[in-house]
Design a protein around this ligand. Structure first.
Ligand SMILES: NC(=O)C1=CN([C@@H]2O[C@H](COP(=O)(O)OP(=O)(O)OC[C@H]3O[C@@H](n4cnc5c(N)ncnc54)[C@H](O)[C@@H]3O)[C@@H](O)[C@H]2O)[C@@H](O)CC1
Ligand SMILES: Nc1ncnc2c1ncn2[C@@H]1O[C@H](COP(=O)(O)OP(=O)(O)O)[C@@H](O)[C@H]1O
Ligand SMILES: [K+]
Length: 519
């Protein structure tokens, strides 16, 4: 699942940069003596290798190259030259009179080899596949006019497109479309992951994304991002799963999670949260549900201790008569219905670590934020987030920034669910989940995550807030990987509680095997 680009690939894979940070890192490399032209050759050589593996001459002999005025265009022109020398039929679209010097020289040399280089788009549109090297992280202003029309034609051509660094027209930091953008099939991000590529709003443009690791020195990366970067892309390398277990351990040492969930209307939510919790490996699982649900739930998940709570006429939990101090963590909210306020108040008053999801969040939006003794993890989807933080939503649409501001404002860990889930903790650390599947976009997926997260923190018992953020991000990563696994096993239609639970265990096994290989 991980891009494996050299022995250090896994290490660089975790970093996420803005355009300014990338520029600063590259400047250090150039200042240290690496010639710009030499780096361009190296990078374009790696891109060439990758695109040749993607489309061989037999699969697509005619290649159209879109080249811009800056070094993204320079990279593209070197790729054009290399593909030409290897026997592809290459045509270059270069619609800019003014170009950076290095780019200009590559354009000249490509033309001297007999490659068709022109401001005419037609030859490029006749190709089998395209390489987009119009703009990289240097895009400064919206794409308009003739170039915007050309991008429309390219997108409407339906040809497979590989973008160099990022789809031209996407803002490197925000992932927003600046006027017009190329819709890529494959994006080869150069050196370090650009922030904008990992945000939901960019996904329809990015296509499949891969990192081309060109060996940026870790010292230069860390000089700009710090030794312990604020923003991390969470991957298999970072996820410390499954949790260590001492041979002499017993069930209470492995964490005790209380799940408070379910109602007559939303019975399944309690079961799905319990499934997620069970797959986390938690030592003891107690599930508090309305009394009438107990026989059914026990039959579904016999290893859970199911507690029958007094219920209202409508089949909702009336109160939770439990000594909450006994639990290592509480996951509350799945399927409680909108009348969950007294339940949320009760768990809020305990000092136990609390994961609040679904109706727990809706109740919190009604109650308003009050300080609490124990740590809180909020796991909203976009709708719940808007209800909880209308003031923040009015300020920005950047999901990562929103999660960060919400964490700062409340002191909670905020896990904002989406196609690419983001996690932020109040101290400023945040995490982006880089891979997932739209197979997870169906009712119930989030309940499994809430249980999984609860089970994980009940075992890991983090203390520092950064560790809380890390474990929340790990749960989100694990859940997304399980979704990907479930799609592989059961098709995109087959992601459900059972296949997700199976997927969680498969991912845990893969992690164990990867660790064994390393040691
Ligand atoms: N040169 C090197 O050695 C390396 C180059 N890389 C490549 O260099 C790229 C960054 O290069 P640059 O800084 O030259 O930036 P770009 O190639 O992204 O483009 C910047 C150029 O486009 C112009 N421009 C910006 N917005 C425009 C618009 N809307 N309409 C028309 N012109 C516009 C700017 O004035 C500038 O000339 C990276 O994305 C990557 O592809 C590196 O990633 C790897 C190392
Ligand atoms: N398009 C998508 N791609 C990847 N993951 C998705 C997508 N849509 C939803 N998800 C994931 O599925 C889960 C849905 O959770 P949620 O919205 O709470 O649904 P529910 O309450 O019905 O379980 C979240 O973990 C979210 O990140
Ligand atoms: K590009």
């Amino acid at each position: 699942m991980q891009p494996s680009n050299g022995p250090m690939g896994g290490m660089r894979d975790r970093y996420v940069v803005t355009a300014a940070q990338m520029q600063a890192i590259e400047s250090r490399v150039f200042a240290a003596g690496m010639p710009v032209a030499a780096l361009m050759e190296k990078v374009a050589g790696l891109i060439t290798q990758r695109v040749m593996a993607w489309r061989s001459i037999a699969q697509g002999p005619r290649v159209g190259i879109l080249a811009g005025p800056g070094h993204n265009g320079g990279d593209a022109l070197v790729v054009a030259r290399e593909l030409h020398l290897r026997g592809y039929q290459v045509a270059v679209y270069l619609p800019f009179e003014r170009r950076k010097e290095l780019t200009d020289r590559h354009a000249q040399y490509a033309a001297s080899l007999g490659i068709e280089v022109s401001p005419d788009l037609a030859p490029v549109l006749a190709a089998d596949w395209l390489v987009d090297g119009l703009f990289g992280f240097g895009l400064e202003r919206p794409i308009e006019g003739a170039l915007a029309e050309a991008i429309d034609q390219v997108n409407n051509s339906g040809k497979p497109i590989v973008s160099i660094d990022l789809p031209s027209g996407l803002h490197t930091d925000s992932g927003a479309v600046l006027g017009k953008a190329i819709r890529s099939t494959l994006t080869l991000c150069l050196g370090l992951w650009k922030r904008g590529l990992l945000l939901d709003r960019a996904l329809d443009w990015v296509g499949q994304a891969e990192l081309i690791d060109f060996d940026l020195p870790l010292a230069d990366i860390q000089a700009i991002l710090g030794p312990d970067p604020q923003l991390n892309r969470i991957t298999a390398h970072l996820a410390q799963l499954p949790l260590n277990r001492s041979p002499a351990t017993h069930k209470y040492e492995q964490g005790h999670l209380l799940v408070v969930a379910g109602s007559a209307v939303y019975m399944g939510a309690a079961f799905l949260a319990a499934l997620g919790a069970r797959s986390s490996g938690v030592g003891m699982l107690t599930v508090a549900v309305p009394a009438s649900l107990k026989p059914w739930l026990v039959a579904q998940i016999p290893e859970a201790l199911v507690v029958a709570c007094p219920e209202t006429d409508m089949g909702k939990i009336a109160r939770v008569d439990l000594d909450l101090a006994r639990y290592d963590a509480i996951a509350c909210g799945c399927g409680l219905t909108r009348e969950a306020t007294p339940i949320v108040q009760a768990v809020w008053e305990s000092d136990r670590p609390l994961v609040l999801d679904a109706d727990g969040l809706n109740a919190l939006a009604q109650l308003g934020w009050r300080d609490r003794q124990g740590p809180v993890v909020l796991t909203p989807h976009w709708g719940e987030f808007q209800r909880l933080f209308p003031n923040l939503v009015a300020q920005t649409s950047d999901r990562l920034e929103l999660a960060q501001r919400a964490a700062q404002q409340t002191g909670a860990i905020v896990l904002l669910k989406g196609a690419r889930t983001v996690v932020a903790e109040p101290g400023g650390q945040s995490w982006m989940v880089p891979e997932s599947t739209p197979g997870l976009a169906r009712g119930g997926s989030g309940d499994v995550l809430a249980g999984l997260l609860g089970g994980l923190v009940a075992q890991a018992r983090p203390t520092a807030l950064t560790d809380w953020g890390y474990w929340a991000a790990t749960a989100a990563w694990w859940h997304a990987q399980a979704g990907i696994q479930a799609v592989q096993d059961r098709s995109i239609l087959g992601v459900n509680g059972a296949s997700l639970a199976d997927g969680l265990l498969t991912v845990a096994r893969q992690q164990t095997q990867a660790l064994e290989k390393q040691s």
